[in-house]
Design a protein around this ligand. Sequence first.
Ligand code: NAD
Length: 424
Amino acid sequence: MSIEDVLPEAGQDGPLYAALTQLDDAAELIGLAPAIHQKLRKPKRVIAVSIPTLMDDGSHQVFTGYRAQHSMERGPCKGGLRYHPDVNLEEVIAGAMWMTWKCAVVNIPYGGAKGGVICNPKEMSQGELERMTRRFTSELVEVIGPEKDIPAPELYTDAQTMAWIMDTYSMQKGYSVPAVVTGKPTVLGGSLGREAATGRGCVFAIREAMCRLGLPLTGATFAVQGFGNVGRWVARLLEPLGLKLVAATDSQGGCLNPDGISVEALVEHKVQSGTVVGLPGTDRITNKELLALECDVLVPAALENVIHQGNAGDVRAKMIAEGANGPTTPAAQEILNDKGIFVIPDILANAGGVTVSYFEWVQGLQAYFWTEEEVNERLEAIMVRAFEEVYAESQARNVDMRAAAMAVAVGRVAEAQRMRGIYP
Ligand code: NAD
C-alpha cells in the first residue's frame, strides 16, 4: 500500500486539484527537478485521529480530526486548525501546501500544515469544545510542538482554543510550552499586533504596488468585500494613507458612497447593527455590484472563489489585493491578466498574519516580548522585502504576480530540499 492509497482524490473543482495545478505550473516555470517536484506534490505526513468526547448529556461522541504536514524542509510546520462540519482531508492537505508557499514567499523559516475537526462548533457548549480540543491535542502530542508543528486559530477556533491546546500539551510535557501554538491570548504569550497583522500586511503590499504602478495614494478609491477582521483592518489602515473607502460588504450586503465612507463610522455601525448595510448617508449595494465597482483597489477579504470566470470580465478595479485565501479562480486570473488588472496574490497579500504568528513563536521561544511598534516595524520590513522580490520575479520572468510568488516560494523550498538532499 502506498501513500496514494490513503490520500484523497484531487477532484476537478476541489482545492487539492487547484493546489497541485499551481505547483505544476510553478515547477514548469522554474524548471523544478522532477524528484523534488514529485515529493512536493505529496504531504510529508497526514494524521487522522478519533476524538472520543464526553458531551454535556453524559453521552460520548467520537469526532474525526486531521492534521496534514506538507513540508518541513525550511523549518517546523505552521498552519491553522478549523472546526467545521465540512472539514475534509482534501481541503486540509491543500491548505497545508498553500501554507508552505505562504511561509516561503515571505521567507520565514516554516513549512506548511493545516488541520481540522469535523464538528459543528455552533451546536457545542464551551465544555464540549474544551474536552474535544484537549483530547485532539493529546492525540497529536507526538507530532506537534515548537520544533515540529505549530497550530494557530482558523475558522471557528480562537485564542481560547489555542490556550487549551497549549495547556494540554504543557501538562503532558510537564512544563509550560507557549511556543506550541500561536494566536494565544496575550496573557499567555500572544503577540501584540496580531489582530491587525493580516490587514496591516495587506496594506503594506497595496502601498508598495501603488508606488510601482505609479498610482497616487491620495484620493485613490478602494472597496472591501467582507468587513471582518482582515477587511476592517485594511480599511482602517488605508484611510490614513489618503485612500478613500467607497464601498464595503458583508454576508448581508453592503453600502456605497462614491464620495467616501468614514471607516470608523462604518466600524461603529457594524458593531451596533451587526452589518455594514444601512450606514446613514450610503446607498445599498450587493456583493456582485461591489466586485464590478470602478475603483483603484478592490480587496476581497471574505470567501474563496468569489471572482470567477462568470464575473471576472466585470471587474473594473485597477488592482486587486487578495485579503482572503483563494478569492480568484485560475480562469478568472487569466481574464484579469487580459484586462491588465494587477493582482497581489493571497500568499503574499495576506501573509502578514502568519508573519506575526512567527514573531509570536520567536518571542515565546526567547521568553522576551516586543512592543507593538517593534512588531509592526518588523512586519513592514518583511512585507516590503517580499513584495519587492515577487515584483522583481514577475518583471524578470514576464509573468503575473501570482505566478511570480509561486516561483519564488517553490524555488525557495526546492533549494532547501536540494541542499539537504532527499534522505537517506
Ligand atoms: P472574519 O470572519 O473576521 O470576516 C469575514 C467577513 O466576511 C465577515 O464580515 C462576513 O460577514 C463576511 N462575509 C461572509 N460571507 C460573505 C459573502 N458571501 N459576501 C461578502 N462578505 C461575506 O474572517 P477574517 O479573519 O477576516 O478572514 C477573511 C478571509 O481572510 C478568509 O478567507 C481567511 O481565510 C483569510 N485570512 C485571514 C487571516 C487572519 O489573520 N484573520 C489570515 C490569512 C487569511
